[in-house]
Ligand binder design. Structure first.
Ligand SMILES: [Zn+2]
Length: 96
């Protein structure tokens, strides 16, 4: 029997923070207009994470949408505040 590793939402948020990578375009001027990050307007980083962890992608996306996360950066802006990071993420249903 395959051992199921439980993944908490915190792991996803940490992963996204790294991928979305909020940073200043120029270190010298730390103004809000100078902040840059990587987002493709979809949940491709979330999906990639779900695949590597054997998570139920559609259940994860549903939860993120409900908490205001419709793309990778919105997850960090909105969902983080609305999901308990210690909660275990939904795993893929086991098929026979
Ligand atoms: Zn975004």
């Amino acid at each position: 029997m395959q051992k199921i590793v439980k993944t908490s939402w915190k792991e996803l948020f940490d992963f996204l923070e790294e991928k979305v990578n909020f940073h200043y375009k120029k270190e010298q001027s730390k103004t809000p207009e100078n902040i840059s990050w990587i987002c493709f307007g979809d949940l491709r980083f979330v999906e990639a994470f779900c695949k590597t962890r054997n998570l139920d992608t559609s259940a994860v996306i549903k939860r993120l949408n409900e908490t205001g996360g419709y793309c990778d950066c919105e997850v960090l802006f909105n969902s983080v505040a609305n999901i308990d990071s210690n909660e275990i993420m939904p795993v893929k249903p086991i098929k026979k």
